[in-house]
Design a protein around this ligand. Structure first.
Ligand SMILES: [Zn+2]
Length: 522
């Protein structure tokens, strides 16, 4: 125990408590700790000492920080969600991920009585503060653990809707703000007394591009560019959760908050929790069986689009998309596995794999990235160039919509979703995907940058559309359209070993840059 008893009564009390806990759980003596949150006494909680290290309960942290805990017993992990951030712990492991970034705990976690215990030091770290918005301090002498909200504005989330774009800033308290025009199309939103976690969203659609947020003197400032100076910005303050939304739309368009009909209204007014996998409480025993432990090496799923009965696009000289996709995918897999990553190819040969199975493979293997490789096609023979996508239920532009429609063709899908349930389900998927939107968009930007510097091709940009194959991926996921099979000269190019290798090199380099930037290699 750390606290030295100062007087006899407290010594007696400590001895008494010591014996009580010794008989209850002989291996893990516990100590009471006083928890203070934003200056108010929250109550008494227990820490546990294990191998001389102080541990704190995940359930208690979740309670104190108003978070939620989800257990994934099969994959041996527990996800703590605070506001929109996910912190993933693994059973009896030092691994921890915050969103998609990986870190190492000073000591492994352990389980007692259907709760996971985490070394207290982790909660005192800057990493936890950045993720949770809570600054946690431990006063060893007084045995007080104090929590103070340090982040009150969370990085923006962007949602594309039909005809308009919505930017959401969740807040933990009401702040006054000011929207300022800095230059033609350049705007900033200043949150007074705002504190945030610096972040950047690589994003571009018809309305907005590249949004970043950072801290200035006692203010959080979000900067963004409008795609066009005729666009209008309509701010609204909403509750549950508390947030500022900016609807960005061309003049004359009704936006969700202005009361448009249909699914958009639901998006902005009904709080919908992202679907959580079934919660499974582990049995109250310490050696709960763990079926798969996280591996040290990053796992990357490389998906060669189409296959078997589904040829994908077919070129004017009968080149089948599925064959080119497989050649490039194998090349990417080879490059990545040379660096020691665990690579899973969704198909190794000309086999038909349903779209849903492809992301399922990635989820089941706790993959860190999902990259789907395709070739483009258009009715216009002259269309050419490279595009890269991340998921949104609403396409960036009509061309992007057409690309998604073509790639989704393999799935029997009759018309637009009609029932409310179907609409809700689609919304929920888009919310799941939004959890990894920033990461996916950033991965897109690294791959695109490398393609433009390595390959002489037209860069058609980073786009969003509703690809079924990306739906439900619980990791950053992107879809690459290497070039147009429908364009006779690009069809020839796609056949060449050089183009296939160059494209694979770019995808590989983009992933490597992302891994380096996020410090994911250990
Ligand atoms: Zn395809």
């Amino acid at each position: 125990a750390n606290a030295v008893p100062k007087d006899l009564p407290s010594l007696k009390k400590n001895i008494f408590l010591f014996f009580v806990f010794c008989f209850a759980l002989p291996a893990y003596p516990a100590e009471k700790i006083q928890v203070v949150s934003n200056g108010d006494l929250k109550g008494f909680y227990r820490t546990r000492i294990y191998n001389n290290i102080k541990y704190f309960s995940l359930k208690d942290i979740s309670d104190i920080c108003s978070g939620s805990v989800n257990w994934y017993k099969i994959s041996g992990k527990v996800v703590l969600t605070i506001n929109t951030r996910h912190i993933t712990f693994y059973f009896k492991s030092k691994d921890v991920s915050i969103d998609s970034n990986k870190y190492t705990l000073p000591f492994p976690t352990y389980m007692v009585s259907s709760d996971l215990y985490i070394p207290l030091d982790f909660f005192l770290s800057i990493k936890f503060t950045e993720a949770s918005g809570q600054k946690v301090e431990y006063d060893q002498e007084q045995n007080i653990l104090s929590f103070e909200s340090s982040v009150n504005v969370f990085p923006p989330r962007v949602y594309s809707y039909d005809g308009f774009t919505q930017v959401n800033f969740e807040m933990s308290e009401k702040l006054s703000y000011d929207i300022q025009k800095k230059a033609k199309n350049d705007y900033q939103v200043v949150f007074f007394r705002g504190k945030t976690v610096s972040d950047k969203l690589y994003f571009q659609n018809d309305h907005i591009k590249n949004i970043s947020i950072s801290n200035a003197h006692n203010q959080a400032i979000c900067r963004f560019k409008l795609a066009d100076d005729k666009l209008e910005i309509k701010p609204s303050f909403l509750e549950n959760p508390l947030r500022l939304t900016l609807d960005i739309y061309p003049p004359g368009i009704k936006t969700s908050t202005a009361g448009a009909e249909g699914v958009n209204v639901e998006a902005s007014t009904i709080p919908i929790a992202a679907p959580q996998p079934k919660q499974e409480e582990p049995k109250p025993q310490e050696n709960a069986s763990v079926h798969s432990m996280p591996t040290k090496a990053l796992t990357i799923v490389v998906d060669a689009g189409h296959g078997g009965d589904d040829p994908g696009a077919v070129g004017p000289n009968n080149t089948r998309e599925k064959d080119i996709n497989l050649a490039i995918a194998k090349e990417v897999a080879k490059l990545l596995s040379q660096d020691g990553y665990k690579i899973i190819l969704t198909r190794q040969d000309d086999t038909f794999i349903p779209l849903v199975d492809r992301t399922q493979t990635a989820n089941n293997n706790n993959a860190d990235f999902f990259v789907s490789i395709h070739c483009n096609a258009s009715l216009k023979r002259k269309e050419q160039g490279f595009e890269i996508y991340f998921l949104s239920e609403n396409a960036t532009d009509p061309d992007a919509l057409a690309v998604a429609a073509r790639e989704n063709e393999v799935v029997k899908y009759e018309g637009k979703p009609t029932t409310k349930k179907e609409k809700l389900q689609i919304l929920q998927w888009s919310m799941v995907m939004n959890e990894y939107m920033n990461e996916s968009s950033e991965l897109c930007s690294y791959i695109t940058d490398d393609v433009t510097s390595r390959i002489n091709t037209k860069n058609r940009g980073i786009k969003q559309a509703g690809f079924y194959v990306l739906r439900g991926a619980q990791m950053p996921a992107v879809l690459v359209e290497c070039a147009f099979l429908s364009n006779p000269s690009e069809e020839i190019k796609l056949h060449t070993r050089k183009f296939q290798k160059d494209m694979a090199d770019s995808i590989y380099t983009g992933i490597k840059k992302y891994i380096f930037k996020k410090n994911l290699d250990r």
